[in-house]
Design a protein around this ligand. Sequence first.
Ligand code: 13P
Length: 249
Amino acid sequence: MRTPVMAGNWKMYKTPEETAGFFARFLEQVGNPADREIVICPPFVNIPAAVAATSGSVVRIGGQNLYWKTEGAFTGEVSGPMLRAAGCTHVIVGHSERRQYFSETDETVLARTRAALEAGLTPIVCVGETLEARESGETASVLTRQFQDGIAPLETAQFGQIVIAYEPVWAIGTGRTATPAIAAEAHVTLRRLAASRFGTDPADRVRILYGGSVKPDNIQTLMAEKEIDGVLVGGASLDPVSFATITNA
Ligand code: 13P
């Protein structure tokens, strides 16, 4: 059994004050479930407020990105040890918005994933195809390339520490959710790649989340798909009632 991960990616939304307000309402509604992991990844400046608000709860806090060096003259960057010291347990790596707008490549995804693991953080490594790739029948080849270059070079023990998020770019922020069957097909592709590189046991254990227009009204059907081990939620994680409905599903 793979413990589901219900993760929220706040992207560039909310102030520290709004962060505290969110958790005051969210925590009332989630209780302390032991059968799932709940993670919120707010913007960096809100991490202290988020860590303070969730202390003593089951909710874990993550960054949305990290640099692969531990410190140095890298203006504007934040390192894994800094995130860890601030109270984070997780970090998103290689989100499609980073790939699209900030020149993230499979090579930098790998470097950031290794840095996260060295800092004791759980990386949530994102992969997924664009609409163009899907329409031209290249979904499997895109996922294969992202896996081979961004994930396969990890050591088996390192692979055992990561979470993968399949986020088809065409489903992000568009209201167009992949059907559970489409998501399952991609998850199976990723799990097969994992099995051929790391062996069936690590492949069976890795959690593969689905992300892209996950909402309270589609969470049940997505989570009913056995290949989907949780979700990475953007827009619907900003509202405490919606995200509680999702995490409670
Ligand atoms: P939406 O849920 O807003 O489509 O965003 C998904 C996402 O990018 C999560 O990382």
